[in-house]
Design a protein around this ligand. Structure first.
Ligand SMILES: Nc1ncnc2c1ncn2[C@@H]1O[C@H](COP(=O)(O)OP(=O)(O)O)[C@@H](O)[C@H]1O
Ligand SMILES: [Mg+2]
Length: 262
């Protein structure tokens, strides 16, 4: 099952929520893989099952059918080995802990492998070096999300899962954070050993700017309707959003998302 190039493998994943009045089949027969070190986005309309899919990959939810393998292991095993970092839309910081103490948290949790991550340099990396002793309520939304990113990186996971991490931010901060995340991702290592990122979004712009590849999910139940390689040079800057190839990708994605469920 372990495959050198596919870091993450999704095979025949289906999920049904059976706790409502009627069973809800969220997505059906989703199979794909994420090569190591790639930045993959999953895009789809709200309600198509993106968060559910990410929770399954992160080992927070068991799928109704199918399986996920991360370096050949089940998500829960990978999670226990701290091979997965997750960033959600809400940063979920502990209000009584400082910035540095929030980032340090995963390293204190029992069983965390101390891979020598230096909290100070992580804070510098996300641009919060001077705010290490601040409390969450003293930070802006963008800064809080930087703390959440640093916290996810603290155990140095090979796989980073992000569920609309900038969805709650204002448009200006959100745009800036895209390029910040790309900088952080690129600075972490050489391309060959870079973290594998699985990024969920409903923003076409965000998906194109960040990704090597975009998996498009649509319909109800959700299915993969396209798998688009984004062949734009890196490093990417905001100018790219006005380039002709970018606009072509945007048109193409928009056409794939037409008729999307609300
Ligand atoms: N725990 C749950 N129990 C029942 N239904 C759920 C649960 N979580 C999500 N759903 C439903 O599953 C569908 C997909 O949700 P979600 O994965 O959050 O979609 P997305 O992230 O793409 O907006 C939605 O219709 C949502 O209401
Ligand atoms: Mg969601």
């Amino acid at each position: 099952m372990a495959n050198e190039t596919q870091h993450v493998r999704l095979h025949g994943l289906s999920h049904v929520f059976a706790d409502g009045r009627e069973p809800l089949r969220v997505f059906d027969d989703v199979s794909t893989g994420m090569p190591r070190g790639q930045f993959t986005s999953i895009i789809g309309p709200s309600g198509c099952g993106k968060s559910t899919l990410l929770r399954i990959v992160g080992g927070l939810l068991e799928p109704s059918a199918g399986e996920v393998r991360i370096d050949g292991a089940r998500p829960r095993a990978a999670q226990r080995r701290h091979d997965i970092g997750i960033v959600f839309q809400e940063p979920a910081l502990l209000p009584w802990r400082t910035v540095a103490a929030n980032v340090r948290l995963p390293l204190e949790i029992d069983g965390a492998r101390r891979r020598g991550t230096d909290v100070e340099s992580l804070l510098d990396l996300v641009g919060l070096g001077e705010f290490r002793d601040y409390y969450p309520h003293q930070l802006s939304g963008g800064m809080r999300q930087r703390v959440a990113i640093a916290r996810a990186l603290a155990v140095d996971p090979a796989l980073l899962l992000m569920d609309e991490p900038f969805g709650a931010l204002d448009e200006i901060t959100r745009t800036a954070m895209r390029y910040e995340l790309l900088r952080i991702w690129a600075s972490q290592a050489e391309a060959a050993t870079r973290k594998t990122v699985l990024f969920v979004t409903h923003s076409i712009t965000e998906a194109i700017v960040m990704s090597d590849r975009i998996v498009v999910i649509n319909g109800r139940p959700g299915r993969i309707v396209a798998d688009v390689a984004v062949e734009l040079p890196r490093p990417r800057t905001q100018e790219i959003e006005r380039s002709a190839p970018f606009l072509d990708y945007a048109d193409h994605l928009r056409s794939l998302l037409v008729g999307a469920v609300a």
